[in-house]
Design a protein around this ligand. Structure first.
Ligand SMILES: N[C@@H](CCC(=O)N[C@@H](CS)C(=O)NCC(=O)O)C(=O)O
Length: 205
């Protein structure tokens, strides 16, 4: 049996969360190594790209969330076999990565500087990415991004649209997705209620 160890921060979100859900769906046992920010700072330099998530597969370390999602997605049936549908799955996953980099650029700011940066983010890049993702969802048929079914792309987008709605980003309105892209907000709810997702969270309680 292959051994999997996934290292990431200790919260139910972020880059590792779609992987946790996909691994659970596939019945793949893995060590869910949740670390504190302090632990990350101590070990940061020892990671390949000074970042998490990292994954060990039979002791071999791999990085880059989307590569991991494709790998695990193929194993657990959450990645399209058709080449074009695979592209339709990859595109939103890469867009989310770009969006995260824009969000992270506002971390560490405080007070009025943070407020101004977040308002600019919401009106600028977040609006661009939300509208772009909405377009990709429509291309996929409106319910899912690819293959007319839930894939790792839906998990990745869902984790981020859920995060935007939860108010974790100060000065970004929690209704930003529903206002700009009601279909993308409906997608978030659809994925949240999908048995693959509800079964994972039931296993966490
Ligand atoms: N392209 C990488 C990005 C990884 C990344 O930036 N991870 C963040 C946490 S979600 C991180 O470790 N940041 C720490 C830092 O930049 O110091 C991936 O997809 O895994």
């Amino acid at each position: 049996m292959t051994n999997y160890k996934l290292t990431y921060f200790d919260f139910d979100g972020g880059r590792a969360e779609p992987l946790r859900i996909a691994l659970h769906h596939g019945g793949i046992e893995f060590e869910d190594n949740r670390i504190s920010f302090e632990e990350f700072i101590k070990t940061r330099e020892s990671t390949r790209f000074n970042s998490v998530p990292t994954m060990e597969i039979d002791g071999k370390v791999v990085t880059q969330t989307n590569a991991m999602l494709r790998h695990i997605g193929k194993k657990v049936g959450l990645y399209p076999q058709d080449e074009m549908q695979a592209f339709y799955c990859d595109e939103p996953m890469e867009a989310i990565e770009d969006m995260l980099h824009r969000i992270v650029a506002t971390f560490g700011l405080e007070g009025e500087e943070l407020k101004a940066a977040r308002e600019e983010l919401a009106a600028g890049w977040l609006t661009t990415f939300i509208k772009g993702l909405d377009e990709l969802l429509a291309r996929g048929g409106g319910e899912y991004f690819a293959d007319n079914r839930l894939t790792v792309a839906d998990l990745k987008v869902f984790v981020q649209t859920r995060s935007l709605a939860s108010g974790t980003l100060d000065h970004v309105p929690t209704d930003i997705v529903v206002k700009l892209a009601p279909a993308l907000a409906a997608h978030r709810d659809r994925v949240a209620e999908h048995p693959i997702v509800t079964s994972y969270y039931a296993s966490r309680t």
